[in-house]
Unconditional design. Structure first.
Length: 400
């Protein structure tokens, strides 16, 4: 009998935070197993909710301030200060896709300028260690905006400063770094990112994620060329020895990883950084069933998404894993090789995107209940029939 559940979801972009998703799943569990032991482990991947989650986990606080949003307008945002003096800058809180109105979604025009403003504000607050969480971005400017906010001048062939955005980087001639904030030289910057995301090439960030952020195929190709040129000029003018073109994590958050790496930041696998002190492996091992979730389950899930990380760790402990997802896309079956035993979409019927986002918690709770009742049904089958179903050897009875 299933009585102990480890509930370790990510957030559902533009719908549910990771803690809200965990609570919704737990509510579905209690409908089926009223006295279940539920260990809620909401997981952040560097995207939305990262600063708040780390502040809560480590006894820190959020610092609210205005900054430049992804479409160039001022917005209210925040960063976190932890007791050890580390500042957590969540790029999604100032340059995330959810902050870009749908009618303005053009990754060639949006900017990470606000990320640089948050880094500067963290330095003003006395931080000398900064953790930048990458994820859920609405930008593809290679971190150019962040560098501009930190004092770099991006100049064209006539020594005029470029406007913000990724598309204009094709006109970049040189970078004047003389005005960069001098405090950066004495600051440790770590970037929690997906190492599978690279800046350039066929798997480069413009081609893979540009369409998701509103780019047409032609715009994605134009942006890919601009980012390749950006990497070349960055490497030359800032004398960067790291591989900004295809190094792990350089494509994180629309190339923000590459821009920060050019300033000396360390690009680190996000789960190595963000799961620190959670004791996740031990908590998964204590469960009878591990339930994780994300907004979309598809071929990209295996490349550094939360369900893939959870399944990998649960598999080492021999624990079964159920994944619930907002949508099931192409290549979702590939997650079975990672340790996922079953997966299911949460939508009960075709609905509009607006309704799906607004009722995400309700749908997730209902889907959890449906999945667990199916598991209960399977547990009541005679042992021989259950084994035959699992192995696929059961034959239909003859019809007379």
């Amino acid at each position: 009998m299933l009585t102990r559940f480890a509930i370790a979801p990510s957030g559902f972009k533009e719908s549910l935070s990771a803690p809200a998703a965990a609570e919704a799943i737990a509510a579905g569990v209690r409908r089926v197993v009223p006295h279940a032991e539920t260990d809620l482990i909401p997981l952040v991947d560097g995207g939305e909710g990262t600063a708040r989650a780390l502040a809560t986990a480590h006894g820190g606080r959020l610092v609210a301030l205005p900054a430049t949003g992804p479409v160039g307008q001022p917005i209210g945002t925040h960063f976190a200060l932890l007791p050890d003096g580390t500042a957590v800058v969540e790029m999604a809180a100032v340059a995330g896709l959810s902050l870009v109105p749908r009618e303005l979604r053009d990754p060639g025009a949006t900017t990470t300028y606000g990320v640089g403003e948050l880094i500067r504000a963290a330095l003003d607050a006395g931080a000398r260690r900064i953790l930048v969480g990458c994820g859920d971005s609405g930008t593809s400017d290679g971190g150019a905006g962040a560098l501009q906010a930190l004092g770099a001048r991006l100049l064209d062939a006539e020594s005029r400063e470029l406007p913000r955005g990724g598309r204009v980087l094709k006109r970049l001639c040189r970078i004047d770094a003389s005005g960069l904030d001098p405090r950066l030289a004495d600051t440790e910057i770590r970037v929690a990112c997906n190492p599978f995301n690279v800046l350039c090439g066929e798997r480069g960030v413009a081609r893979v994620f540009g369409p998701q952020k509103g780019a047409t195929p032609a715009q994605a190709e134009e942006l890919a060329a601009a980012l390749e040129h950006w990497a070349y000029v960055l490497t030359c003018d800032l004398r960067v020895t790291a591989d900004l073109f295809g190094g792990p994590g350089t494509g994180a958050s629309g190339g923000l990883g590459a821009g920060l790496a050019a300033l000396g930041a360390r690009l680190l696998p996000r789960f190595d950084v963000l799961l620190d002190r959670l004791d996740l492996d031990a908590r998964l091992a204590r469960a009878d069933l591990v339930v994780t979730a994300e907004g979309a389950l598809d071929y990209q899930t295996r490349y550094g998404k939360v369900p893939a990380e959870v399944a990998h760790r649960a598999k080492r402990a021999g624990r079964p894993v159920l994944v619930l997802a907002g949508t099931i896309g192409v290549g979702a079956h590939s997650v079975r090789s990672l340790g996922v035993d079953a997966y299911s979409a949460i939508l009960p019927a075709p609905v509009s995107l607006t309704e799906a986002l607004g009722r995400g918690g309700e749908f997730l709770t209902d889907a959890t209940e449906r999945a667990l009742r199916m598991i209960q049904l399977g547990s009541r089958l005679p042992a021989g029939q259950a084994a035959a179903l699992v192995s696929g050897t059961q034959r239909p009875s003859s019809v007379r």
